[in-house]
Structure formats: C-alpha cells, structure tokens
Design a protein around this ligand. Structure first.
Ligand SMILES: [Fe+2]
Ligand SMILES: [Fe+2]
Length: 214
C-alpha cells in the first residue's frame, strides 16, 4: 500500500499542534532525529501497513477512530467531556506506537518467487530492539517524555496500556492490577485501546502485502 508521506506528516504535525501543548515541536524533531524514523517507518514487518509510512498512517487512523469514538461516547455521556478531553485523545492516539520509530532496519532479501529461475530480491525490514529494549507501551510513554512533550499522567497511562492484556505477563499480579486501575481511573485508556483495535483490525483490514507469499 502506498501512502502520501508528505500529506500524512503535515496532518500529524497539524493535529499535534492543535492541542496547544508545550513541547510539540521538540517532540516532532525528536521523532525524526536520525536514530528515530517515525515518519517513514512501517507499522510492522509482516502484518498491517508493512511498508514506508505505515506507522505514521496507522497513528493517524487510530487518531481518527479515537476522535469518532469520543464523539459517539459523548452523545450518551456528555458528562465525560472532561475525562475524554480532545487534546488528550489526540496526543495519546498519535503517540501510542512511537516505540516503533527506531526498530525497523531496511534490508533486501531473496523472494520465495523467481522469474525464469532468476532470483527476485525484495525490500523489507529487519527488526532490532537494541536501541532501547524497554517493551512496547512503556517505551512509547518514555519516548514522549524524552521528546520533551508536556504530557499528562492519564495520557501516559493510555499510551502505556494501549495493548491492554495482550501486553501483560499474566503471572504478574501487580501489572494486572495496574492495568485495571488505570482503566478504572481514566476512560481515556479504554478509548485508545478500542481505537487501536478498530484501526488495526478493521480500517487496515486486508492491507497486508501478500505479494511474496504462495
Ligand atoms: Fe501498539
Ligand atoms: Fe497501534
């Protein structure tokens, strides 16, 4: 799938700036500082949006889904306007997967297919966690702080726990309680989890590049 990297980057920056939050421009610079490649990275190697710009497009999809879900919830629960603050929804959704900005290394490999016995080489990625092997949601949260963004506790928790139980070692009583407590305290956590699922499983459904599979 081809993405309009320039337009997507402009929309990402415009949405982040619309929050009026201190540190947005520092964070944008940090996300593209030579070690991080947020604006060109794929969202995965073999699942959804596995090509250049996939991570950026996925982040925008999650943000769009989160804003629509917020509107839907507020129709029935207008009293939750403050708990589902629009700026917080934008920040948590756009930044939930920034942990992937430094893990994909472009490479070429031999395709399973051949043309008249001649091997075909395809562009893909290797995954390397060695820059900062901190995990997933927790790494995104720390990177948002390192990038210089003035970020709230509930936004950090929504980012940290966006994978919900998929990212949970079940033997850990403390982590299980922390996840459940974060969701009870901050409805933003559930909104970002839902929006990530809607984007990855529905909006991006069928987006996997199967061209190298039999
Ligand atoms: Fe994620
Ligand atoms: Fe995601």
């Amino acid at each position: 799938m081809d993405f309009n990297l320039k337009a997507d980057k402009a929309e990402f920056i415009q949405l982040l700036r619309s929050t009026g939050r201190e540190g947005v421009d520092d964070l944008i610079e940090y996300l593209d500082d030579g070690r991080n490649h947020f604006f060109t990275a794929p969202a995965s190697v073999s699942h959804h949006y596995n090509n250049d710009g996939g991570l950026l497009r996925h982040s925008l999809n999650v943000c769009h889904a989160a804003l629509k879900l917020r509107k839907l919830v507020l129709e029935d629960r207008p009293d939750m306007e403050h708990e589902l603050n629009e700026a917080s929804v934008i920040i948590a959704s756009l930044l939930h997967d920034i942990c992937k900005a430094d893990i994909y290394i472009p490479t070429r490999r031999k395709s399973k297919k051949q043309t008249n016995g001649t091997p075909i080489y395809i562009d893909t990625y290797n995954v390397d966690y060695s820059n900062f092997p901190m995990g997933h949601g927790e790494k995104s949260a720390i990177m948002a702080l390192w990038g210089g963004l003035d970020i709230t506790q509930e936004e950090l928790l929504a980012i940290r726990w966006h994978m919900t139980a998929w990212d949970l070692p079940y033997q850990s009583y403390e982590l299980t309680r922390s996840l459940n407590t974060a969701r009870d305290l901050h409805p933003l956590c559930s909104l970002i989890q839902l929006a990530d699922g809607v984007a990855a499983n529905l909006i991006e459904h069928g987006s996997k590049d199967n061209s190298d599979e039999f």
